[in-house]
Design a protein around this ligand. Sequence first.
Ligand code: SF4
Length: 416
Amino acid sequence: MATNLNGTTPLRLRPSAAKRDLNCAGAAQLIQALELEGGASEYSAMGNVAHNIAADCLRTRSNVRAFLGRRYTQDGFCITVDENMVDAVGIYVDIVLHDSSDGREPILSVEIGVDLSPLNAPGYERGTLDASLYYRAARFLRLYDYKHGEGVEVAGDDPQFFIYTAGELLKYPSCETVEIIVVQPRHRCAAAIGPAKRSMYTREEIFKWVRQKLIPGATACQAASPPLSPSVEACQFCPAKPDCPARYAQLREVLNMVKQSEIVVAGKKTEIKPGPLTPAQKVEILENADLIKSFISVVEKSLFKELSSGSDEYQGQLKLVHTSPNRKFNEHARDELTSPLFQHLVDDDIFTKTIKGIGEIEKSLKNKLTKAEAAAIMKQCTFKPPASLTVVKWSDKREEVKQAKACDVFKHLIKE
Ligand code: SF4
């Protein structure tokens, strides 16, 4: 067994961070050394409440709307179940129950503890699957993962699902095919492709991935000094991003490229030009935009800390000053009985009526009308302004907008 940071037991790896850890072997140890992981947030607490309600509804077949308005204390946060949560959980529960009623009488399991240790991928010990349906006669397994988050789209081929799937397949030695279903109703991708992403795999494909990617990747994470390998896949959600030495080495290279750019003074105007940078260097700089921004933010925080503790290192260069806060109304300003504002002004002078967001209004319409009627009304009342152009990475799913080259556009003006 390879040694790890504490030199004894393998460092515990989380399946939900597998995309990061399998792409950057040193990430888990760096995060552990910096004590960066493990804290709950209001978002994670909300997700846990949503998962608990979903599990309850699947186990007892209770109506999700019965949970509306209930309050839970979860991970130190007070979470109230609102319409949004009820709608999203309801979509997930409906999908699982709809699949389970296809006449083949599958076995439904909910909140399943998965033992990952037989996979022999050091560090991966156990995980929890949201739900599964097993079709014994068809040797077919459906595995469900509910994602309550609306910010980050989770792809159906994320390594975390392969890990859970491999662990679960060990319980069903005769199962040959598996369908992974990721349900993420609150993300905007649900409007375009529906709330569920479905992917089919054979048993052989899953275990080939375990042999070729998971076991070597997890073993590398346990090495004495595993390498840090920055990449878009690995670093995107890595909590060590602001403190990662590999990213700073990368940053130095990028800044060296920035040094090559030219400053052109035209009249009184100064312009920065990429100058002799090659296309590859320009791409490199753009791909590291988040690194450059996080570096600036780290430097700002560090300066604030130093100056706040009385440093005079920056005399004549930088100083602390008070910000200029805007005036705010106090708590009595809105009170019709006591506020002097109402003695001189009418409601229209004090309040503005603003239209709610498109999504919120559309949702209210859907609660009163059919989906088609709501869509027709929204079509009458909304428009899309002309889209502008923007530069994105090649992996972006949007179609490329081809532009004519300037020399082709003006070709007719050029005399042979
Ligand atoms: S920021 Fe990137 S390179 Fe650094 S530890 Fe995290 S994943 Fe690895």
